[in-house]
Write a protein that binds this ligand. Structure first.
Ligand SMILES: CC(C)(COP(=O)(O)OP(=O)(O)OC[C@H]1O[C@@H](n2cnc3c(N)ncnc32)[C@H](O)[C@@H]1OP(=O)(O)O)[C@@H](O)C(=O)NCCC(=O)NCCS
Length: 115
């Protein structure tokens, strides 16, 4: 189940965000986390399963386009369709929006849109 981020989820969210290949530097990671809390155009969601948060998905909205900025799944839960379920679910939060990706998420989004 996809849940909107709130401050009390900060630690788990940072842990999940740190799996993004371009979030290995702690300062960069903290900045990215902060941007989701302060920038109105950036929205963060967590995937909860059996009381655990196992995935994260971050969107940035530009006009009528929702861009997939970040997506990560806890390594123990990868390859089970969680990433795809998050993409499908998050699209429900943006009815009528175009969906797009950045370079880092493009292949995965294309894969998820495939079926
Ligand atoms: C990318 C990531 C979120 C995928 O999560 P997941 O839950 O394992 O993905 P799913 O099981 O839903 O996979 C859905 C499909 O995407 C494919 N896929 C997985 N990772 C992919 C990637 N990085 N690029 C392209 N396709 C990918 C899977 O093979 C699967 O395809 P299939 O159904 O034909 O086998 C996860 O591997 C992760 O957290 N990686 C580290 C973070 C990262 O690198 N993010 C940036 C890349 S999006």
């Amino acid at each position: 189940m996809l849940i909107r981020y709130k401050k009390s989820f900060e630690k788990i969210a940072m842990g999940l965000l740190s799996f993004m290949p371009d979030e290995k530097d702690i300062k960069k990671l903290q900045q990215s986390m902060k941007s989701y809390e302060t920038e109105e155009s950036k929205h963060l969601f967590l995937w909860k399963e059996d009381d655990d948060f196992i995935g994260l998905i971050g969107i940035e909205v530009h006009g009528n386009t929702a861009v997939l900025v970040d997506v990560s799944v806890n390594p123990s839960h990868r390859g089970q369709g969680v990433g795809r379920m998050m993409v499908t679910s998050v699209r429900g939060f943006y009815p009528g929006y175009e969906f797009d990706a950045r370079k880092e998420t493009a292949q995965f989004l294309a894969k998820c849109m495939d079926c």
